[in-house]
Ligand binder design. Sequence first.
Ligand code: MN
Length: 275
Amino acid sequence: MGYQGKLEFVGRTDKGAVRPNNEDAILTDLELGLVVVADGMGGYKAGEIASGMAIEIIQKFIASGLKAARKRLGASDSGYSHESVLLRNALQRANEVIHDTAKSQPQCEGMGTTVAAALFYNNRLSIAHVGDSRIYRLRHGVFEQITHDHSLLQELVVRGFYTPEEARKSLNKNLVTRALGIEPTVMVDLQEDVARVGDIYLFCSDGLNDMVPDPDIHLTMDTFSDNLEIAAHQLIKLANDNGGRDNISVVLAKPVMPFEDGNKGFFERVTDWFS
Ligand SMILES: [Mn+2]
C-alpha cells in the first residue's frame, strides 16, 4: 500500500571525493510519502549524529502524526493543511531533540543539521526546509529552485550585494543562518504545491549545487527523466567529477500516477488496526 506505483522515489548519498565521512543523511519512505535530505554539521562525528537524528525523528513523528490525525483531516486553522502543520511540527520536534542532545553530550556540542523535506498526499505535497539544502522542481521542461537558502550569501543576494552568479562563485557560501539543533526553537519555511504526474522534484545537499551549475542539473534531469536511478547516479558523478569537495545527496521524487487514494488507503488500513 502507501504510494507504491504512484510515486517514484530514488535517493543516493555519497561522501564525495575529499571528505573522510558522510555527514549527510537521506530518507525516502513510500509508505508515508515522505522525503528528507539532511546535511549535518559539527565536530568529530557530531554532524552525522545530527543529520541521522533528524531523519529518524521526522519519520517517526510523521508516522504517528498521520495515525492520530486520521479523523480530522482537512484544513487546519493556520490556513495550512494538516499535513503541512504536521511536517513543520516534525522539523521543530527534531530541532528540540538535537538541541537538547547537543547541550547534554559534550561530544555533540554545537551540532546541527539542515533539512529539506516533503510530504506527499492527495495529489499535493507539503514542503519544509531549514538551511541551505535545496528543493528544485522540473515541470513541463521548466526547472526552478523552489526553496530559498537560509545562508548569509542568500541574504546578501536578496539585499542586492551579490548577483546569484557571484554568489555561486563566492568562498563563503556555506555560512548557514538557520539549522536544526542550534537554537532552542527554529523557524521552518513551509509551502504547499500541487503535484502533477510527470513532475520531478529534486532534493539535494549543497555538495550537489555547489559543484554542479543549475543548467547542468536541469539538463541531466531532462535527459534521464524516465530513469531516476540513472539521473541520481549521473548527478552525483557530475559533482564528483567537478571536485566533490563536500558530501553529495540527491533524492528524486516523481508522481507517476494520481495518488489521491494513497493516504486514504493508509488511513483505512490504520483504522483497521484500531477496529
Ligand atoms: Mn554540505
